[in-house]
Design a protein around this ligand. Structure first.
Ligand SMILES: NC(=O)c1ccc[n+]([C@@H]2O[C@H](COP(=O)([O-])OP(=O)(O)OC[C@H]3O[C@@H](n4cnc5c(N)ncnc54)[C@H](OP(=O)(O)O)[C@@H]3O)[C@@H](O)[C@H]2O)c1
Length: 300
């Protein structure tokens, strides 16, 4: 039976992976905090060594990340510790026991030029410290020589934790109008679909190691944040969610208007065709994933 160590199993993607990876083998998802010998905190390397000894995993799935994009501009050290140094240690641990390392990255390693979906050959050039830390993590894994699957994704949403979708719904519940940027375009990607696609790819790479490598994995289609929010509010109202803001009360503004500390790529479209062709999969339209997340939120 395949032994799978899942790190970050309480996060958006990690939680969905707990379900999606279950048919592949024995999944152990240690909490970050907890009793000595059971918890795994990537910032305490001894806990990784202990987990590797205890679990002897065939597959290590890293769904952890430091995602505080704006905070990383003034204090990049935590982002580099978790997004670059920790993946480097995981890669070393994976190489030592010939395990497969599965890792997630982001469109923010790319500059986001143009208005077309960006494929895996697009030269990286991060605009912010978070992107630089994630790129350093990718490169450490690639340089380690370990078997790996790196999946870059973007605009992840799920009924759990904090994400753009939930933040917009929370604001729409109390505000009469919302200002939303209309010059950032990306691919809203549901954590559950991403997890399912990941599990299929893991199975394929286990069977055919040559399929490993770096891929873009996002839901199909693309939308500006402004149109995304209008879509969200329309669907959420149909599901009976009590929202003050109506879709017509969403006001477009440019990203410069908010002057966030970290610059974001204006083009967050990723091209998932190489992933789909390699693994014989089709990513579902972003609207389907959004509907699932909204339905789960409406039920709760
Ligand atoms: N969210 C997005 O829009 C987005 C976009 C592009 C790429 N990604 C990538 O997708 C992956 C998953 O992101 P996500 O949105 O699922 O993240 P998330 O919801 O923020 O979850 C992150 C997880 O990492 C864990 N973690 C934090 N510090 C840790 C440490 N020191 N040791 C071990 N675990 C630690 C957290 O543990 P606790 O549960 O204890 O807090 C949490 O379970 C990441 O690689 C991220 O960069 C995300």
């Amino acid at each position: 039976m395949t032994r799978i160590l899942l790190i970050g199993g309480q996060g958006q993607v990690g939680w969905a992976l707990q379900r999606a990876l279950a048919p592949l083998g024995d999944v152990t998802a240690p909490p970050r905090l907890g009793a000595p010998g059971l918890a795994l905190d990537l910032l305490q390397p001894a806990t990784l060594d202990e987990a590797m000894q205890r679990l002897q995993p065939d597959v290590i799935v890293n769904a952890s990340a430091w995602n505080a994009v704006d905070a990383a501009e003034s204090d990049p050290a935590p982002a580099f510790a978790l997004n670059a140094d920790a993946p480097a240690r995981l890669a070393q641990a994976a190489a030592e026991r010939n395990a497969l390392l599965v890792h997630f990255s982001t469109d923010q390693v790319l500059p986001g030029l143009g208005d077309q979906p960006q494929d895996e050959d697009t030269p990286p050039a991060p605009l912010n410290a978070y992107g630089r830390s994630k790129l350093a993590g990718e490169r450490a894994i690639q340089a380690s020589g370990c078997r790996h699957l790196i999946l870059r994704t973007t605009w992840v949403h799920s009924p759990r934790r904090t994400n753009f979708l939930r933040a917009m719904l929370a604001r729409a519940a109390v505000a009469d109008r919302l200002q939303v940027v209309d010059d950032e375009v990306g691919c809203p990607t549901a954590a559950d679909g991403l997890a399912d696609a990941t599990a299929h790819a893991v199975r394929a790479v286990r069977a055919q190691p040559r399929l490993g490598g770096l891929y873009h994995c996002v839901d199909a289609g693309a939308v500006s944040r402004f149109d995304y929010v209008r879509h969200l509010l329309t669907e959420a109202r149909q599901l009976g969610m009590p929202l003050r803001t109506r879709p017509d009360d969403v006001v477009p503004v440019s990203s410069a208007y908010f002057a966030a500390p970290a610059a974001r790529p204006l083009n967050a479209r990723l091209d998932a065709r190489r992933f789909e062709a390699t693994f014989g999969l089709r990513m579902s339209p972003w609207q389907d994933g959004v509907r699932r997340t909204l339905q789960a939120l409406a039920r709760s």
